[in-house]
Design a protein around this ligand. Structure first.
Ligand code: HEC
Ligand code: HEC
Length: 364
């Protein structure tokens, strides 16, 4: 009897230790060091997994981009592995954003934006243990020393409203802007044994232009809004959508990038979409239609953005007809027109409401 119980205890202990090892091993691996509440400048990150390089050059932002440079983003290898296995960020995830100036704008290959020099370093870390009170347990740091050639050696976390809020509201996956990192999108929950870059499949976005349709628009649908180029423009000019019962009372500053963030917009919804949103449906029915008026800085109407469901299923945005025109006189001033426009989808897929971004019911 005694022997048996010792055996049981031993086995149990074995199970317990192996479980806790499995649970803690990844969590315990850290690629950074805290000095009290200060983060020491991370090192060796150029050996981590590189996930992408967004750029917001001054020339495309009225000469005053908030971060007018390249952002080379890296993630620590253990967190990448965990993301690939689970599609989630583990305790201790760290992402580095290394700032690189825009250098020359011409090369033998053509005109463009070419990287200049390393000018700054930022980091974000997810840790429940270290940042229990931060939204999502993410904290943000910068080692950049404007006007100096030296980076700081330690950094204190920014206040929540300086960094977290924008990430919380706009990033696709738990505060991280995976919509701008193809490496992370390809790896999300792909499976432990899978190496995404070794597979032959490539998403359509890599082949088809961002603002081109990636699916045919069904013809001869009997919808409230015509989908043919000239007929649609004439419909918008006529203002017929103003008959929709569900509409924002007034124009208000846009939070999206249509025209320019902050310029006025006003949204109109037909019954198909309004009823579907009101009943929290995952997918909106065929015929669901939204028209968004866009205004210039003088408050004059300057164009329209339109979304129309051409089938019941969302099909990752292929089931939506996307349209944006940036003139009220020229039907040819199109930003995009057709089903499955990936440039529109990449932003509109955030939020799990079958592509609809505006808050609903409308706030007065
Ligand atoms: C107005 C919105 C906004 C604010 C405010 C903001 N960020 Fe970001 N951040 C972004 C966007 C968009 C990206 C991804 C594309 C890019 O790098 O431009 C990003 C990416 C990052 C990344 C790379 C990892 C990731 O989460 O995608 C880090 C690190 C980062 N930001 C740090 C900071 C720090 C530090 C602050 C505060 C000083 C800050 N951010 C404030 C919009 C914002
Ligand atoms: C960079 C992100 C982004 C891109 C790209 C984008 N949108 Fe939007 N869009 C938004 C956001 C955010 C809102 C809601 C907030 C607002 O407009 O103030 C919105 C709102 C809309 C609305 C009103 C209904 C709704 O979903 O809230 C329409 C219609 C629309 N967009 C059409 C388009 C079309 C067509 C394209 C492509 C040509 C496009 N959008 C590209 C972010 C984006």
């Amino acid at each position: 009897m005694k022997k048996v119980s010792i055996l049981v205890v031993a086995v149990l202990l074995g199970i317990i230790t192996s479980c806790s090892e499995a649970a803690s091993s990844d969590d315990e691996v850290r690629y950074f060091t805290m000095d009290g509440d200060k983060l020491q400048r991370p090192t060796d990150y150029r050996k981590w997994v590189y996930v992408g390089t967004p750029t917001t050059p001054n020339d495309m932002n009225n000469g005053k981009a908030a971060f007018p440079e390249f952002h080379n983003v890296y993630i620590d290898p253990t967190s990448y592995k965990h993301w690939k296995a689970t599609g989630e960020w583990r305790e201790g995830t760290i992402l580095i954003k290394e700032l690189v100036s825009v250098g020359t704008k011409a090369a033998v290959s053509g005109n463009g934006y070419f990287m200049g020099d390393f000018i700054g370093l930022e980091a974000t870390i997810k840790s429940k243990k270290l940042f229990p009170n931060e939204p999502g347990n993410w904290s943000y740091f910068s080692f950049t020393n404007p006007g100096s050639k030296e980076l700081k050696n330690t950094a204190t976390a920014f206040n929540t409203n300086q960094c977290n809020s924008c990430h919380e509201g706009n990033a696709q996956d738990d505060f991280v802007f995976t919509q701008h990192y193809p490496v992370l999108r390809a790896a999300k929950g792909a499976g432990e044994g899978i190496t995404p870059e070794n597979t032959s499949s490539r998403p359509k976005t890599m082949i088809i232009g961002e603002w081109e349709p990636s699916a045919p628009t069904p013809e001869n649908l009997d919808l409230e809004i015509p989908l043919e180029k000239e007929a649609l423009f004439a419909y918008l000019k006529s203002g017929a959508y103003k008959e929709f019962k569900t509409q924002e009372k007034e124009k208000h500053p846009s939070t999206g990038p249509h025209t320019q963030v902050g310029l006025p917009v006003r949204v109109f919804m037909n019954d198909g979409i309004a009823n579907s949103l009101a009943s929290n449906r995952d997918e909106h029915p065929m015929g669901a239609s939204i028209v968004k008026e866009m205004f210039n800085k003088n408050g004059e109407l300057s164009g329209w953005a339109v979304m129309v469901k051409t089938q019941d299923g969302s099909d990752n945005g292929l089931g939506w007809f996307w349209y944006e025109v940036t003139s009220t006189e020229d039907s040819g001033a199109l930003a995009a027109m057709g089903n499955g426009v990936n440039g529109c989808i990449s932003c509109h897929q955030i939020g799990n409401r079958d592509m609809v971004r505006t808050s609903f019911p409308f706030q007065d």
